[in-house]
Design a binder for this molecule. Structure first.
Ligand SMILES: [Zn+2]
Length: 470
């Protein structure tokens, strides 16, 4: 009786305190309620900046932010804080994928009709489970994305954070966008108006496509249209990011002031003229999408039995990917034979640009059919290393560099004041980049989220038991 009434009073008192605190906090303090402090101890820190790893590190999380980072010997654990020993583990910033698409597929069928808030959020949870704590979506979002993004920015997110370009700009009769969503433009005036419309919706940047799908389409976006789009984006102080394939378009776009490339040049080796021009203009190779090109070289993807992949994908999808009908259909596709060379150019050009000092990020182009959320980011890191980058270069691209390009000042680095988005690994990714798959914990805004090793999509958990090592 006593305890019940005491409990009641305590609850009432808490409610009143909470109310008073939230009224006060609406004006002066950043958060209401009791602070949640977690101290992570005794790990090796890879902070995202490219600095050498720091053994025996510790950090303190205060609610959704990183409050302190330093040597474990100096760690202070305040009363009431949770202390977690991460001996033998590696802590990195949560990874960022700079080139994705959301809400486009159901199984392996692709159609914009599948795009719903539920599907988008489900995919953002899959990204999070793989340690991809932020994604940048390249021009194929429905307007519901602005609500999803607003909620993630207003509340403490439990899924990957989103940066969106809304509906990207496609030239009429040319390549790009998705059917039933993107409204192609035919003139520079239409292009400028379309950019303004996206800006009104609140996009984070502008996307445009310059391609003709191996010459199968009659035109590519003409230079006067791309110039109008880039100029208009800059008028609104936004980045313009271009899908490219051909070296000649890349050169024109750099001269026009494009801010980043969403793919590598893939028709030939980049030349010194492009490298010099990119350097002069500060153009980014924002995403190399090596995993995209690699995936197109297979009729049957090589990882369909890899638990790191299968846990995140419905069995029906895997069965569809393995079906003989699909192998036959892909084997007969005219572009299959072209992709080994495309992949080789993409890898060699990535390495050349990095060696030339061009700024670069990490992006996959995952999201369209058979290009999988999260899994492709780990494959991309591996391919970047195969292309000749160091694991540290690949990881820095996926963390602080991507955050810098996006303009997300509180992401991509483990440092005081930054968002507490963290990837904790069981093994050293600098010794073997494939160790990014050894995911121990993923934190978003200071809270652990389910990792891929705890998922088992569309079947009972025990169907996914075993197979933790990649
Ligand atoms: Zn894309």
């Amino acid at each position: 009786m006593l305890s019940r009434s005491f409990g009641f009073e305590l609850r009432s008192a808490r409610l009143l305190l909470g109310l008073a605190a939230s009224l006060l906090c609406a004006v002066v303090c950043p958060r209401a309620g009791a602070a949640e402090v977690t101290v992570l101890r005794n790990f090796t820190l890879i902070d995202g900046t490219g600095k050498p790893p720091a053994a025996a590190s510790a950090l303190a999380l205060h609610d959704s932010r990183i409050e302190w980072v330093g040597p474990d010997s100096q760690a202070k654990v305040p009363a009431g804080a949770t202390s977690i020993d991460l001996g033998g583990k590696y802590v990195l910033p949560g990874l960022i994928d700079s080139h994705v698409h959301l809400g486009l597929v159901d199984g392996i069928a692709q159609d914009i009709k599948f795009y719903t808030r539920e599907l988008v959020e489900q995919q953002l949870r899959v990204y999070a489970a793989y340690g991809i704590t932020s994604v940048q979506v390249l021009g194929t979002d429905k307007d519901i994305i602005f609500d999803v993004r607003a909620r993630l920015r207003r509340e403490r997110p439990d899924m990957a954070r989103v940066f969106t370009s809304g509906q990207g700009l496609v030239y009429k009769g040319s390549y790009g966008g998705v059917a039933g969503l993107n409204q192609p433009v035919a003139t520079a005036a239409e292009a400028r108006a379309a950019v303004d419309e996206q800006v009104r919706k609140g996009v984070d940047f502008i996307k445009l496509w310059v391609d003709d799908e191996f010459g199968s389409l009659p035109v590519r976006m003409p230079a006067d249209i791309s110039k109008a789009i880039i100029d208009q984006a800059h008028k609104h102080h936004l980045h313009a990011v271009a899908h490219i394939f051909y070296l000649d378009n890349a050169k024109t776009l750099v001269e026009q002031g494009v801010d980043g490339f969403a793919h590598s040049v893939r028709d030939q080796a980049v030349d010194q003229a492009l490298l010099t021009s990119m350097k002069q203009h500060g153009t980014w190779q924002m995403a190399a999408t090596l995993s995209r090109e690699a995936s197109f070289t297979y009729t049957k993807l090589p990882f369909l039995q890899d638990p790191f992949f299968t846990r995140g994908v419905a069995p029906a999808t895997i069965a569809a990917l393995e079906s003989p009908e699909r192998q036959q259909k892909l084997a007969a596709a005219p572009n299959l034979a072209k992709y080994p060379a495309v992949l080789e150019y993409a890898m060699a050009n990535t390495k050349r640009e990095v060696s030339a000092g061009i700024p670069y990020g990490m992006g996959t182009d995952s999201g369209p059919t058979a290009r999988f959320a999260g899994y492709f980011a780990h494959w991309e890191l591996q391919l970047m290393v195969q292309a000749g980058l160091t694991p540290m270069q690949a990881l820095t691209a996926a963390t602080s560099s991507n955050a810098k390009f996006i303009g997300a000042k509180d992401l991509g680095v483990v440092a005081p004041g930054k968002a507490a988005d963290l990837l904790v690994l069981d093994a050293d990714p600098l010794a073997d980049i494939r160790n990014t798959r050894r995911i121990h914990t993923v934190y978003i805004a200071g809270k652990p989220v389910p990792t891929i090793w705890s998922l088992c999509v569309d079947r009972p958990a025990k169907a996914c038991e075993g197979g933790k090592q990649p």
